[in-house]
Design a protein around this ligand. Sequence first.
Ligand code: BQF
Length: 298
Amino acid sequence: MSGKLIDGRKVAELLRAEVREDVEAWVAAGNRPPFLQVVQVGADPGSTTYIGAKTRACRDVGIDSATERLPDTISARELRNAVLRHNENDQVDGILVQLPLPGHLSSHAVIESIDYRKDVDGFHPMNVGRLSLDQPTFRSCTPAGIFELFKHYSIPVKSRHAVVVGASNIVGSPMATMLSRENTSGKATTTICHKFTKDLTQHTISADILVVAAGQPNLIRGEMVKEGVVVIDVGINRIADDTEDRGYRLVGDCHFESVREKASWITPVPGGVGPMTVAMLMKNTLLAAKGSIYPKPE
Ligand code: BQF
């Protein structure tokens, strides 16, 4: 078997087109356009690239956005005050603090300072808690985007064995929650693997759906998966490459060629999960503007 490619660029474009239409209708009904406030602390080049992608996506769908750039020497209290100002600003629908933060700042503290009704990343404990209770919530963009891919390609999830490799708060953990919950699109039997998992292959080999978000190139090879597996590779790793203008190329967490041989479906890197993450952020910002998850007063 040679797995079919899951085209995240194409599905993200379709999702953005849907959001664009909804934004147009929202504005035509007399509302101001949705507004996303991005906060960047420091000048990490990767973060700057990701913020650029998000800003372009906003422009594409008719969402207004601004980026507040703060020095990497900022104190926790000053950063908190910056976020609180955006919380109080009625013109701001969604707030995103770009991660990772410089080492002296706690991402937990910053995330908790965001008004959960504006938490379009879905990282606030209120939204994470509601996800785990299967209540309407802002869902973390990467796992939510992966579910859009399952839907688009009619990949069944219910009753299948899903294995998630990586247990981060941003991807692995909410992904496992969504896969295992009963009311949402999940209902899979779900295994979470992480750094301390003994004999990773024992688990990956039995996966019908394998989601890999470990941040380690070539972690998963063909011999570790079964024939027909659906592979979602969330890894984005920079590998030095002189033949590229930028001096590097992007690879996922899977040894692509050998894993594709066994898979029925597989996401490429780049152009797989990444574009879906950004498109889901647009969707969440629209939901925030409309008060769809947390109704607005009056
Ligand atoms: C693609 C991210 C690690 C740490 C912090 C398209 C993105 C990436 C790849 C993107 C990511 C990863 C984002 C592709 C946002 C996803 O074509 O494959 C888009 O912009 N992402 C982020 O904001 O912070 C990160 C990964």
